[in-house]
Design a protein. Structure first.
Length: 283
């Protein structure tokens, strides 16, 4: 009974704020609001519509491309920063650790507004740089807006991932470094043979978090839409598409369907990554 008493607060919160909303979303996805007759049960008709919705799948492909390109770049940069701070050859490592982590402490809305102002081709930093070079630089044009968003997300979360890597590096026993030094291993060999194997768990965690964050991409494109008119469509990402359907198109049932599908897709991809990481650890 004491054990159940300790678990009860979490269990109640989990049921009320996770299980119930998910079940209610599934319930909404089974209905459709029609002009004649009101809300009707349609079964899986909304899901069949989503699987043939080109607008939805274009957003899925866009965030998938974002995931494949942005996540490895961000994690490699975070890993390099963590290795540099942990190397012992970097002076004032506490200062650099705080500086790298500071962007994560900036609220997401503020960060996007700040970068959106810098991206402005007429009044921002890139506009001034383009004027200085005698050329036009517009990072939030149609062909460059996705890399521009990737740059914002990388700036926001590189410090967060760096801290996870650095925490994992801090748990490596010093005896391993001493043994490596006795065997004549240099800095590169120490990184390859000791540090990188010890980071497998941290890499898996950061990868899963980054996958979830990529599929949930919403804040950055939604805010940049106000400064890049006509560049970011309403189906730019699945979350933005669901938000537009729900709050602007009053299609709550179909928006719930999109949310459920993306939740399942995210869970499957994250599980595959976790399963592969677990198999590598077992080896």
């Amino acid at each position: 009974m004491a054990g159940w008493g300790f678990v009860l607060p979490f269990f109640v919160g989990f049921v009320l704020f996770v299980v119930v909303p998910v079940l209610y979303s599934i319930y909404l996805s089974m209905y459709r609001d029609q002009l004649i007759g009101g809300n009707h049960f349609v079964g899986f008709a909304n899901y069949l519509q989503a699987f043939t919705d080109t607008g939805f799948w274009s957003g899925v492909l866009r965030v998938s491309l974002f995931l494949v390109v942005q996540v490895p770049v961000m994690l490699v940069l975070a890993l390099m920063c963590a290795l540099a701070i942990d190397s012992g050859r970097l002076h004032a490592k506490s200062f650099f650790r705080i500086i790298l982590f500071l962007p994560y402490a900036v609220p997401g809305v503020v960060a996007v507004l700040m970068w959106g102002f810098m991206y402005n081709p007429r009044a921002g930093l890139t506009g001034a740089l383009g004027h200085l070079l005698g050329m036009t630089i517009d990072p939030i044009s149609t062909q460059w807006v996705l890399p521009a968003i990737g740059n914002i997300v990388t700036w926001e979360f590189i410090g967060y991932n760096m801290l996870i890597f650095y925490a994992a590096l801090s748990t490596i026993p010093t005896e391993l470094y001493e043994a490596a030094a006795i065997d004549g291993a240099g800095a590169f060999r120490t990184v390859v043979s000791i540090k990188l194997p010890a980071l497998r768990g941290a890499v898996m965690i950061t990868t899963i978090f980054s996958i979830i964050g990529s599929f949930q991409l919403f804040n950055e494109p939604n805010i940049l839409r106000t400064t890049a008119l006509g560049v970011i469509p309403t189906n730019f990402t699945p979350n933005l598409y669901a938000y537009t359907l729900s709050f602007l198109g009053n299609q709550i049932n179909y928006a719930a369907t999109i949310a459920i599908i993306m939740g399942v897709v995210t869970a499957i991809v994250a599980y595959i990554v976790q399963l592969r990481g677990t198999r590598k650890d077992a080896r």
